[in-house]
Design a binder for this molecule. Structure first.
Ligand code: ADP
Ligand code: MG
Length: 705
């Protein structure tokens, strides 16, 4: 046996590990056995490359820690110290507290974790902990950590001078371990990474290239560094989504030419001249945007955003007039029969002097009535029809549908909106939304639409008096409501759920309607409206309210949209903490529609956190500000609901926080697509692969040939 052969055997036997690549399975990494590999897989990490993309959730800045001797009760502090003793202390009430004493150069501090005796297993004497949380008095000073990072026994030297990355962790795989795993591979892996985004795009956006960004993210020397790294990844997500949106928009426009309407100024001028008010500057601007779209040969695909009461309906009517004066049909779809009827009344009144009679099309009409309208729609007669989803459900066909308008578009599913559009060959489309969000965010959420903003309300609106009242003020509140009813006004009382559930103490609408009509409103006509009623039952109740046959309408949020009952002056909302701010804003928009004062009262005892949140609503009537606050607190998905399918979801980007990056991402996407619409050029190959690998939709959008 020669020495040569034994050396070879040793090499093959694993004495020297092969170089780690991005695709190396984590099981091959030092320190990862089968158990840890399983845990890593749970975090979505199976390769070394995945590990690199597992980015910290947040950072602890060990450069700004407070000497423990200076931590005072009542303060919220971040401290760094070594564990010198520890133990589990039982309390009389059966709670077990894990306690440790930490030491730094300035002295000692006790730390207590009530109810977490298991920490005894992971925190050892000698470990250095970075902790933050409030200091309280508990047999002396004690820190109650809100969060902490165990830096381990030998990390003290490095921790003092840098920022610590806190990774999304899982049981058995603490952040400390993840940090070690990433750190051990970082230098070998980063040089293997090439940035899929073109250099000029990165430069224009002012973000670092991917390898630099990942180094900043995993091994930052300051929190600001880490943020620069994060911004690179956020930008990538926003850029990709804009690429998809803009490409979809491009295809949609070029696939089918639209109708080229002519701005004849026949009906529109006549309508303007006999409006009972002058249009706001915002309405004029938005109308111009719509007319430009309609008179261009491309299809309009536009979203009109405007706060409650900003006057979207009249804008829609002008657009319909442009269609009609070109001998095309226009259809407006509303989410409820009541709202459709309301629009029809408005339109009928405003169009009478022009000799135009709009038509109604809802499920509530008799079959014969519907058939009569359907016959006219199937002909070439230029007609404005206002209806519900009956417009798409029935076997209706349009002879010359040129314009589709969808009111309160978030109330419809994507399919319903598409189905109405499909009733015409290439109709222009105007969607209307009452949850106004900043333009840049709208471009992210509704990326393949053009967006118009109605950011001004008609003059002379009386502010709605909004207040928050504690449970103890209930009697006084009810007395106030009764006084309003005495004055001939009407009131809404809104509850978050329909029926009392055993688990909660919510004052359900059904039960409360009974209680109120037997109690404080015994002498009043009380009605009940909730989502489980059939739509004709709902409409009957709303009609009775409109006719003042009902004075107090107890309801769930079904009354949220569009309804205009000017005589209603009180919106009383129970359990306000159960509602999103935008939802509350929609509810409040149901009052303040007449000439007199109106009131929105939030009633009930709420937690201090809820009170703080609700304060945003109480203190402003600006729907943009409210939507923004709502998004910040609840996230976009919640705000726009399940129905807005196609809502982009982001891992890193936060459209609110990264708002400034959105226009940059959009401009960059447009620039790339202008020169290379299918991303076929070699310099875009990596980008193409990124898109098609990550977004299913990209496969069809960027199909070549
Ligand atoms: P929304 O944007 O919530 O759909 P509407 O279109 O229902 O709002 O308009 C709310 C009210 O404001 C309606 O009564 C409408 O007639 C009125 N309105 C609309 N535009 C103006 C204007 N320029 N000046 C005065 N009142 C207006
Ligand atoms: Mg409306």
């Amino acid at each position: 046996m020669t020495g040569d052969a034994s050396a070879r055997r040793e090499r093959r036997g694993g004495g020297v590990a092969p170089p780690v690549t991005l695709l190396t399975p984590v099981t091959y990494l030092k320190g990862v056995g089968p158990r840890r590999a399983d845990l890593l897989a749970r975090l979505g990490i199976t390769t070394a490359g995945d590990l690199l993309m597992h980015v910290p959730r947040r950072y602890e800045d060990a450069t700004t820690v407070l000497p423990v001797a200076r931590a005072q009760p009542g303060q919220d502090v971040t401290v760094l110290g070594r564990v010198i003793s520890k133990g589990i202390i039982p309390t009389r009430r059966g709670l077990r507290i894990f306690q440790a004493v930490i030491q730094d150069a300035s002295g000692l501090l006790e730390v207590g974790w009530p109810g977490q005796p298991h920490l005894d297993r992971t925190i050892n004497i000698g470990d250095v902990l970075l902790l933050s949380g409030p200091v309280r008095i508990f047999h002396g000073r004690q820190l109650a950590p809100r969060e902490f990072v165990n830096l381990g026994a030998d990390d003290a030297g490095t921790a003092g001078g840098r920022v610590l990355a806190v990774y999304p962790a899982t049981d058995g795989l603490p952040t400390k371990l993840l940090r070690q795993l990433v750190d051990a591979q970082l230098d070998a892996l980063l040089p293997q990474i090439t940035d899929p985004l073109p250099v000029n795009i990165l430069q224009a956006a002012g973000v670092p290239a991917l390898p630099d960004a990942l180094r900043l993210v995993h091994r930052p020397s300051s929190v600001k560094d880490a943020e620069r790294g994060r911004a690179r990844r956020a930008f990538e997500e926003l850029f990709c989504v804009q690429l998809l949106h803009r490409r979809a928009n491009q295809l949609e426009r070029s696939a089918r030419d639209g109708i080229t309407f002519v701005n004849r100024r026949k009906f529109t001028t006549a309508l303007k001249s006999q409006l009972p008010f002058t249009l706001t500057a915002a309405q004029v601007r938005v109308l111009r945007e719509i007319v430009v779209d309609m008179t261009s040969p491309l299809r309009m695909h536009r979203l009109l955003q405007g706060d409650v009461g900003s006057g979207k309906t009249i804008v829609a009517l002008f657009a319909a007039m442009v269609a009609l004066e070109n001998d095309w049909q226009a259809a407006l779809m509303a989410p409820t029969e009541l709202l459709a009827e309301q629009h029809l009344r408005t339109f009928t009144r405003l169009l009478a002097p022009l000799g135009i009679t709009p038509a109604l099309f809802t499920g509530r009409m008799s079959a014969a009535e519907r058939r009569a309208i359907a016959t006219r729609l199937a002909s070439y007669e230029p007609l404005l029809v206002v209806g519900t989803h009956a417009l798409v459900q029935d076997a209706t066909s349009f002879g010359r549908l040129g314009l589709v308008i969808v009111d309160e578009q978030h109330r419809f599913g994507v399919e319903q909106r598409k189905a109405l559009q499909a009733k015409g060959a290439t109709p222009d489309v105007l969607l209307m939304s009452a949850t106004p969000i900043p333009r840049s965010l709208a471009l992210t959420i509704y990326g393949d639409l053009d967006v118009s903003m109605l950011d001004e309300k008609p003059p002379g609106r009386i502010p709605i008096v909004t207040t928050m009242r504690a449970e103890s003020a209930r009697d006084r509140v009810m007395t106030f409501v009764n006084a309003q009813l005495d004055a001939g006004r009407q009131a809404y009382v809104v509850y978050p759920v329909i029926e009392e559930s055993e688990r909660s103490d919510l004052r359900a609408a059904t039960q409360m309607a009974e209680e109120l009509s037997g109690g404080v409103f015994a002498s009043r006509r009380v009605g009940l409206l909730h989502g489980r009623l059939k739509s004709d039952e709902k409409d009957a109740v709303m009609r009775a309210f409109l006719a003042r046959d009902i004075e107090v309408l107890v309801a769930t949020t079904v009354i949220e949209v569009g309804i205009d009952v000017p005589n209603a002056s009180v919106m009383l909302i129970e359990h306000p903490e159960r509602f999103g701010l935008s939802q509350l804003h929609q509810l409040r928009g149901r009052v303040g529609r007449g000439a007199d004062d109106s009131y929105c009262i939030l009633l009930g005892d709420v937690s201090p956190e809820s009170a703080e949140r609700l304060d945003v609503f109480v203190s402003t009537e600006d729907g943009f500000a409210i939507a923004r606050a709502d998004m910040r607190m609840r996230g976009m998905g919640d705000l726009f609901g399940e129905r807005q399918s196609g809502l982009p979801s982001f891992l890193v980007a936060d459209p609110l926080r990264d708002e400034a990056l959105i226009p940059v991402a959009r401009a960059a996407a447009e620039q790339v697509l202008q020169s290379d619409p299918t991303l076929a050029r070699p310099e875009h190959q990596a980008l193409r692969e990124l898109l098609t690998g990550r977004y299913r939709r990209a496969l069809e959008l960027f199909r070549v040939g």
